[in-house]
Design a protein around this ligand. Structure first.
Ligand SMILES: Cc1cc2nc3c(=O)[nH]c(=O)nc-3n(C[C@H](O)[C@H](O)[C@H](O)COP(=O)(O)O)c2cc1C
Length: 215
């Protein structure tokens, strides 16, 4: 099988990014871009981000999760702490997050350290989820091999009966991670592949250094 994609070519012309125009704080810059993406209506889930971890097998692994909050501290997502990514983070909290917003011709790449958020914060978010999603979190030993789909559906049926009309307690192995950034790179596509790349790096005095990178 062979398919040549050499003719796939697009010129990026929508916007620009300059040292003079970016915010001093990268989280404010992130907020600006995030709001612009939301308002553009061209991305179904602007909060979908790729999380890359260094696995216990030494390989990097990336997968998409949903960012559920961002603050000056960083980026929060929820998952199963016993999953492959959870085990990877336990051994090595250094992670990379990335967002690609194609309609905006923009990418954001974040390096940082992941830490579990306080259990009461995970409780609060878990309680806000629909009943079905709560049961889904309980039913799934995320990343484990299962014999069949029927096995999972059988487990879900039992849980539906057990928790019919009742509160589902948050399993202790399910909760949030906060990724505290140490570097955030903003990439804006430009014509002739001369893209704009502005990187913020956290300094020892907690100031952010702003540099332009070659595309
Ligand atoms: C759009 C989208 C959103 C997702 N959101 C989440 C999420 O918020 N949390 C999560 O644990 N998995 C989410 N997933 C599933 C993950 O990509 C992944 O399959 C799962 O977390 C298991 O990853 P792991 O085995 O590498 O730990 C999402 C997948 C997609 C495509």
């Amino acid at each position: 099988m062979q398919k040549d994609l050499g003719d796939y070519r697009k010129s990026y012309e929508k916007s620009e990014l300059t040292e003079a125009s970016v915010k001093e704080n990268p989280m404010e810059q992130f907020q600006k871009w995030f709001y612009e993406t939301e308002a553009s209506d061209g991305v179904d889930e602007p909060n979908a981000m790729t999380v890359s971890t260094i696995g216990l097998d030494g390989f990097p692994k990336s997968r998409v999760v949903l960012m559920k909050k961002f603050t000056f501290e960083g980026f929060i997502f929820y998952t199963n702490y016993h999953s492959e990514k959870g085990r990877a983070i336990e051994a090595n909290p250094s992670v990379c997050l990335s967002f690609f917003w194609p309609n905006m011709e923009r990418q954001v790449i974040i390096k940082g350290k992941a830490e579990k958020i306080a259990p009461n914060l995970s409780d609060g978010y878990f309680e806000s989820r629909p009943h079905g999603s709560q049961l889904g979190a309980v039913v799934s030993d995320q990343s484990e091999v299962v014999p069949s789909r029927e096995y999972l559906e059988g487990k879900l049926n039992k849980l539906e009966k057990k928790y019919y009309g009742k509160e589902v307690p948050r399993p202790e192995y399910w909760g949030g991670y906060l990724v505290r950034p140490i570097s955030i790179e903003f990439w804006q596509g430009r014509p002739n592949r001369l893209h704009d790349r502005i990187r913020y790096s956290l300094q020892e005095d907690f100031d952010w250094k702003i540099e332009r990178l070659a595309p």
